[in-house]
Design a binder for this molecule. Sequence first.
Ligand code: SF4
Ligand code: FES
Length: 363
Amino acid sequence: MTERPAPPIALLAELTHRCPLSCSYCSNPLELTAREKELPTEIWVDVFQQAADLGVLQLHLSGGEPASRRDLETLVAIARDAGLYVNLITSGIGLSPSRLDALEAAGLDHVQLSLQATRAEKADWIGGYKGGFARKLAFADEVHRRGLPLTINAVMHRHTIDDIDAAIEFAASLGARRIEVACVQFYGWALANRSGLLPSRDQVLRAKEAVLAARRAYAGRMTIDFVPPDYYADYPKACMGGWGTTGINIAPDGTVLPCHAAATIPGLAFDRVTEKPLSAIWYDGSAFNAFRGHAWMKEPCRSCARRDKDHGGCRCQALALAADATAADPVCRHAPGRPVIDDILARETPFETDLIYRNGKIR
Ligand code: SF4
Ligand code: FES
């Protein structure tokens, strides 16, 4: 029996899996939810109020591309009325100045804009969408002109990590207050494309140095967060800050998940917002309770001094790489599964291969 958890802080609402881009590192599942199965406006409205009542402070509206939903402006207004801080995670495509006016009027607090690359040709190749880069720039300009807080999310992988300086400079030129330079984590489409996306150790070392230098250069002007690829680390990340401790993800069809990849774990039963109150799902849902506390842990995690720091790492990564969601994350140097990662690093980093876009096309 585990202690009653604290309320969640954040809700990630995946409003839709529809998206004009088709990046090969997308964290959406390989089986995307069809438009007909998406939750209607009135259910999301009720969910946002339930989330606020439960204690959630921040709402992240995500996708796919959330602007693919025509009711996005309504959802932002309702969420703000419920007292939530609303962050929009977007590619910027599909948000005209008039839609941005409406979002601003609805009370949108913050925009997080993805950046595929800093040059049009490369960005459009990575996103699989010709003309996407130009539209993204126009959107960033409109966001900046309105004074809305902007974070750039620059996704790093083998094809972009050497341009890290340019990405940071570019974010500053767009008026961003923060840039998250995040190396691709291998879930969903990114896992399927790992051989083509995994950066080399040298690339990662150079990127770390570039970030240190940029932090000095931009101190006081722009915050620079760096998420390294965990395959090169000795210890795993505390995924989701610990399973069922801080955040809730809701998929477009209303399935409530402890993390975005949780549905890959066999044997877990997931509740839906159409069937149970969010509070009952958070406190009593079997999926949320599956990996809370320490009782589920095996050795070496169970008796490890770091177990409250990283919570044994990522359950979905343990499942994907060690075929056991209760195992230590194979990133950990003490994990029985660590040789799997060492083997991947030896085998896949010099490996150039085609990338599969999430629309099924191959490049
Ligand atoms: Fe974390 Fe488990 Fe490794 Fe300890 S043994 S560092 S708890 S993954
Ligand atoms: Fe599911 Fe890390 S992505 S626990």
